[in-house]
Design a binder for this molecule. Structure first.
Ligand SMILES: Nc1ncnc2c1ncn2[C@@H]1O[C@H](COP(=O)(O)OP(=O)(O)OP(=O)(O)O)[C@@H](O)[C@H]1O
Length: 313
């Protein structure tokens, strides 16, 4: 005999077939996009519903044995110090607050700052040689900074760096649907091989408003173009400064440059973040502003929404 999928209420759309034969029910369910835990929970609900019908011997087969992989979004910059890591951490948190299950890979071998930014120095454990991300601020984190003592990552070059970065990319990212990859600054071989290995679905480029930084941002946009990664857009960081004393806003590096550069390069302008003393001090203290409820949290939320809109137009 067969059971109708509607028997399973809100799980109906996942039930492909239920056949009962000699007291055993064989169920085929679609587990596409579900995490391990969600899949197990679905199995339990199916079993208890069938138990109500008097069937206690249930064999469940899932049509998607692995959950759909998370989408990777690379965050790059042409040069260091423009706030790429700060933006990555806060963007990840803002995306999580919008309901996504977010991971962050800190691949910045020259200055892995995510453990500091997210306020955790817990080391990841490994299971079957696979690294298990640590939980921080509602996101999952694997950082090159967790694998080496401070200052040592700097010595890595070429294959060694790529080997370590592969371990991060191939960590246990089950249960996540979006992963932010904080790339090392610049546009060299390490960045190239990481992009080829992790196949991001899109990239975000961070720049400050100075002309020199924007020239470097163009190189980063070029690198993504050459590797076939769609550029979701440009974020301008440290744009404009509001004096904490008089409240007047000034633009020490000029204004509108990043927006114009984005237009010229044919990439979207995702938004700007002001130069803010509190953003810097909170970040240094491991209290990412995106996790709070101040104006910076609202700004990162707006950026996260712009990224999502570009990801799934
Ligand atoms: N909008 C901002 N206002 C004030 N300070 C900022 C802002 N964005 C970043 N900073 C500060 O600038 C410094 C550099 O930022 P961050 O480490 O994020 O840059 P980065 O581009 O990732 O650098 P690197 O690639 O060299 O690691 C940090 O001290 C950070 O707190």
């Amino acid at each position: 005999m067969t059971f109708d999928p509607s028997l399973f209420g809100s799980d109906e759309s996942r039930i492909r077939q239920v056949k009962a034969d000699g007291g055993t029910a064989r169920v085929i369910a679609d587990a596409t996009g579900l995490s391990e835990e969600e899949r197990a929970a679905l199995g339990e609900r199916v079993k208890s519903r069938l138990a109500e019908e008097g069937v206690t011997d249930v064999v469940i087969g899932f049509t998607a044995s692995k959950p759909a992989g998370p989408k990777l979004i690379a965050v790059g910059s042409g040069k260091g110090g423009v706030g790429k890591s700060t933006v990555s951490a806060n963007l990840a948190i803002a995306l999580a607050r919008l309901g996504h299950k977010v991971g962050i890979i800190d691949a910045d071998i020259y200055g892995p700052s995510q453990p500091t930014l997210l306020g955790t120095h817990q080391r990841p454990e490994a299971r079957d040689k696979q690294l298990i991300p640590v939980d921080a601020q509602g996101v999952k984190l694997l950082s090159v900074g967790q694998l080496v003592s401070p200052g040592h990552a700097l010595a890595w070059r070429g294959p060694m760096a790529s080997g370590a970065l592969t371990q991060l990319v191939e960590g246990d990212w089950s249960g996540t649907d979006l992963i932010i990859v904080d790339l090392p600054p610049g546009t060299g071989d390490v960045q190239l091989s990481l992009i080829q290995k992790s196949r991001p679905v899109g990239a975000v480029v961070v720049s400050t408003p100075q002309d020199l930084a924007l020239i470097d941002a163009r190189r980063a946009i070029d690198l993504f173009g050459k590797t076939g990664v769609p550029v979701l857009g440009l974020i301008e960081n440290m744009a404009g400064y509001q004096c904490p004393h008089c409240g007047e806003t000034s633009d020490p590096f000029g204004s509108g440059g990043a927006e114009a550069a984005a237009a010229e390069l044919g990439v979207a302008f995702l938004g700007r973040l002001p130069l803010s003393a509190s953003l810097r001090s909170e970040s240094d203290a491991g209290r990412p502003p995106a996790a709070g409820d101040g104006p910076a949290a609202a700004a990162f939320r707006t950026l996260a929404e712009a990224v999502l809109a570009r990801l799934d137009p």
